[in-house]
Design a protein around this ligand. Structure first.
Ligand code: GLC
Length: 563
């Protein structure tokens, strides 16, 4: 293994929604620190903490005004030190988020740029272009609407995301030097890794050409330019100067894992989030195809894949995989394609990207199926060779909250689409820790209401409610993570497919371990599979020996697996 992260289980902490220590309704770093024992008990190896830097919070902290400090609402720099110390004392590693594609429009550099004239050095840190009344090209923002905003003096500036997130100019040596310095700042403080936000976006194509089909997701000329890789080769050299070794993980939302793999070639980053896996539909053959492609693409560059089933930008896995729906209407979660006005094409592209493809109107039955499938996906993702990511709350089986009041929604996607795209708030609702009513122990007694309202019926989903319940999602995650740690067979690179019926995916790892997933709507008999041991863990109750129920995954562990 090249680094500690190669087979690590990494838990994503979305700070604002994890735990609120001071009762202001927003989660904070002290809240994370106070819950480290929960994470140790869960059994993860590391945490990735989403941005906590000073920010006007237009995009939940992905709009940074100072890359070397902590937002007062979320904590202090000394608090980061305390978090690192306490995490390390418990054997947990810590990854922080760096946002190099854009700053906040309130960042001192952008304020200087605004008060400096067109053509000035201050403007050259960003992507400014002279223009007439039309934007310099037809690019659309990922969040909807044009990717350009015009200043009163006639200059336009580029923002691939919200107008409050101006893109930096990575051709400018000062920008490059600044981020090397920012990396060193956090590495010197003792962080174990860096997540690189929008890793595929930093370098824009020369001449900023028009996109051939601007509304279409695959047609964004501003992503995945060859030039980004030189930046990561430089960053690798920075990281390699540290002991113990530090890691970098790329957020590059690319459709093809083969393109993603180029970010983890020797001399570049260590990991890249596997979006193809996250977007795979509920079908054994489709999932198997993605797993095969992921393993092959990563093997070609000497790496193992990551297995990601959720994050703060995606519909919760328990809702995404909900059943019974005509694909793509995504009621309650995203607009229908027909509902997209032409000027909102960017937002629609993103809404599609972040929609479920499932119709939740089928109600409770769909929700129950979604949860069964999410449990099965958890077992699958923890059984595959490589590293697995867990998004906070998925270990509780939290569903997407689809009925947030409009006034509560904060995601710029919601505003910029004029309410046509629901945005990502529904997967960011604060964690329920205990009790029968909001805020479910999210903050201390008497706290301000959480920054996003929690549903009234989440009491049974809380950590406290699930803690002692052997049938809970939390107990499943704990058992799986314990078994994963104890089972040596799960830590090598090997995977061998077993012949299985069409609705079934089955594989062995090194001697003594097998995982079987049934995505079909009927139970399957397992006798024709050559399984190495008894059923040890299943995502749903298995009532009849040798028969795997629908929407269920199981682990089979033989005597040799632990050696
Ligand atoms: C990444 C983040 C997302 C953010 C965007 C812009 O995709 O995960 O939350 O909105 O970058 O920074």
């Amino acid at each position: 293994m090249a680094s500690w992260a190669d087979d690590a289980v990494i838990y994503q902490v979305y700070v604002r929604s994890f735990a609120d220590s001071d009762g202001d309704g927003t989660g904070d770093l002290e809240g994370v620190r106070s819950r480290l024992d929960y994470l140790v008990d869960l059994g993860v190896d590391a945490i990735w903490v989403t941005p906590f830097f000073p920010s006007p919070m237009v995009d939940g902290g992905y709009d940074v005004t100072d890359y070397r400090d902590v937002d007062p609402q979320l904590g202090t720099l000394a608090g980061v030190g305390a978090l690192l110390r306490d995490a390390h004392a418990r054997g947990l590693r810590v990854i922080v988020d760096v946002v190099p594609n854009h700053t906040s429009d309130q960042h001192p550099w952008f304020r200087q740029a605004l008060s400096a004239p067109p053509g000035s050095a201050a403007r050259d840190r960003y992507v400014f272009r002279a223009g007439g009344t039309e934007p310099p090209n037809n690019w659309l923002s990922v969040f909807g609407g044009p990717a350009w905003t015009r200043l009163p003096d006639g200059d336009w500036y580029l923002h691939l995301f919200a107008p409050e997130q101006p893109d930096l100019n990575w051709e400018n040596p000062e920008v490059r030097a600044e981020f090397v310095d920012i990396l060193r700042f956090w590495l010197d403080l003792g962080v174990d890794g860096i997540r690189v936000d929008v890793a595929h976006g930093l370098v824009k194509p020369p001449g900023l050409p028009d996109a051939p089909y601007p509304g279409e997701r695959g047609n964004r000329p501003y992503f995945d330019q060859e030039g980004v890789h030189a930046i990561y080769r430089e960053w690798r050299r920075v990281l390699d100067a540290y002991q113990p070794p530090r890691i970098m993980v790329a957020e590059a939302r690319l459709r093809d894992i083969e393109r993603t793999a180029r970010y983890v070639r020797p001399g570049e980053l260590d990991q890249a989030f596997n979006f193809e896996f996250l977007w795979a539909p509920w079908s054994a053959s489709r999932i198997r195809a993605v797993v095969e492609r992921s393993l092959a693409a990563m093997a070609a560059v000497g790496r193992l894949p990551t297995w990601v089933i959720g994050n703060h930008d995606e519909v919760r896995v328990a809702s995404r995989l909900a059943a019974g729906a005509p694909a793509a209407t995504a009621a309650g979660l995203a607009p229908t394609a027909a509902g997209c006005a032409p000027h909102a094409a960017g937002a629609c592209a993103m809404a599609t990207e972040w929609s479920t493809g499932d119709d939740l109107a089928a109600g409770a039955k769909a929700a129950a199926t979604g949860l069964r499938r999410a449990r099965a996906m958890a077992l699958l993702s923890l059984a595959l060779p490589g590293s697995a990511y867990i998004y906070q709350g998925d270990e509780l089986g939290l569903p997407q909250v689809t009925d947030l009041p409009d006034a509560a929604r904060q995601d710029p996607v919601w505003r910029r689409s004029g309410g046509r795209a629901p945005g990502r708030d529904g997967c960011r609702v604060p964690m329920p820790w205990a009790g029968q009513e909001p805020p479910y122990g999210f903050g201390p007694p008497g706290s301000a209401p959480p920054w996003l309202p929690q549903p009234p019926l989440w009491g049974h989903l809380s950590v406290a409610a699930q803690h002692g319940d052997p049938g809970s999602v939390l107990s499943l995650y704990r058992a799986a993570l314990r078994l994963r740690r104890e089972t040596k067979a799960l830590h090598g690179p090997q995977l061998t497919w077993l012949n299985a019926p069409e609705q079934v995916l089955a594989f062995t790892r090194e001697a003594g371990f097998a995982c079987v997933l049934n995505t079909g709507s009927t139970a399957v008999r397992l006798e024709q599979l050559d399984l190495p041991g008894p059923l040890t863990l299943a995502s749903s109750p298995v009532e009849q020996e040798g028969v795997l129920p629908p929407d269920t995954a199981a682990w089979f562990v033989g005597g040799t697996a632990a050696q």
